[in-house]
Write a new protein. Structure first.
Length: 343
């Protein structure tokens, strides 16, 4: 329930930020709800891409489960459900990835159709009517997004029960593509396609710019070749036409300069860098620990196809609830499985 509440709250908070935020006023006018849905789903994806790695940190979970750090039995039971939580985060990533891709398809179409000549830096398209497929396959965010969708599709389909049982190697090899997925994710957010306004005080969104209006309404005589002088931000003359949205409560917002836009600094690094580094350190630690020699003292076959393998390892003390990961290279180069450890 806590995890579900965080996901819903994060989605709704991000949606409202891009729907009502003044810094996204012009971008929202151009893209509509596609902007809000794409960014809200991206926030949920960042959260779950951060959490999905934690249940796979087996050494950390075993330390917490077997130590006195976690005294509550209910909490230890939750730690035993780490695989279920991992699958839940994975399914959430798949669902919101579909939603994220659908929203960005709408954004690519709106960038092409709603090209605005007044805000050239805000446009992702180069001209009105540009083929939206260029935004999807000829840009860094678009191309990395397409590859990530393919990688995620392979990981999800190979994770099904039927494939894992019939050919575990397929599941294992495709699931290790997660490292490629995370590298592409870091590149995906570095494109800077979506921008926000940085000069809200000098240019309140939807304000009236007298300099721009005077330049548009007045014609310059051919004999005069000097550039137009800059006009100070003063109340507009009564004879100038003013559109209805700009007039609120009998007063008008006057802007002194044109809006300035800037690309977002990527927040994905903050979400995934910590868990990714933790997982890589743990994988390295497990690799070093697995290279320590283990002496097999005897192998006993019991009734009902039960096989007992007795082994000794230096500097090792078994505790209740532990298990060992057995790897047989003649069966598979990478495949390994957990087995119960008894005293």
């Amino acid at each position: 329930l806590f995890w579900l509440s965080v996901n819903i709250g994060l989605f709704w908070k991000t949606f409202l930020l891009y729907y009502q935020g003044l810094q996204y006023y012009y971008l929202h006018q151009m893209l509509g709800l596609g902007l809000c849905v794409s960014r809200a789903s991206a926030s949920v994806l960042n959260l779950n891409c951060c959490l999905v790695l934690l249940p796979m940190c087996r050494v950390l979970l075993a330390f917490l489960r077997g130590s006195q750090k976690v005294a509550s039995r209910k909490t230890r039971r939750l730690l035993d459900k780490s695989k279920t939580f991992h699958v839940t985060c994975g399914v959430t990533i798949c669902f919101f990835s579909v939603l994220h891709v659908a929203a960005h398809l709408v954004n690519a179409l709106n960038f092409s159709e709603n090209y605005n000549e007044d805000f050239l830096s805000l446009n992702a398209a180069h001209y009105r009517g540009e083929d939206p497929r260029k935004l999807l396959f000829a840009t860094v965010p678009g191309l990395t997004g397409v590859i990530m969708v393919l990688v995620l599709f392979l990981m999800c389909t190979a994770s099904t029960y039927a494939i894992r049982v019939s050919n575990y190697d397929i599941f294992w090899y495709t699931h290790n593509l997660f490292f490629v997925f995370y590298m592409l994710l870091m590149l995906h957010v570095s494109g800077g396609v979506l921008k926000y306004q940085i000069n809200l005080e000098e240019h309140p969104p939807g304000c009236f710019n007298p300099n721009k209006t005077l330049r548009q309404n007045m014609t310059m005589p051919k004999a005069i070749e000097d550039p137009f002088p800059d006009y100070t931000a003063e109340p507009s003359p009564e004879d100038l036409p003013v559109s209805e949205p700009f007039v609120q409560n009998n007063f008008m917002k006057i802007c002194s300069e044109e809006p300035k836009f800037q690309s977002h600094f990527s927040e994905t690094w903050f979400w995934i860098s910590g868990p990714l580094c933790l997982y890589c350190v743990e994988r390295l630690y497990r690799y070093i620990r697995s290279n320590k020699p283990v002496t097999i003292t005897s192998v006993i076959r019991h009734p009902s196809n039960v096989l007992e393998v007795r082994m000794v390892k230096d500097d090792f003390k078994a505790r209740p609830g532990q298990y060992v990961i057995l790897h047989c290279p003649r069966v598979s180069a990478l495949e390994s499985h957990p087995f119960t450890l008894t005293m």
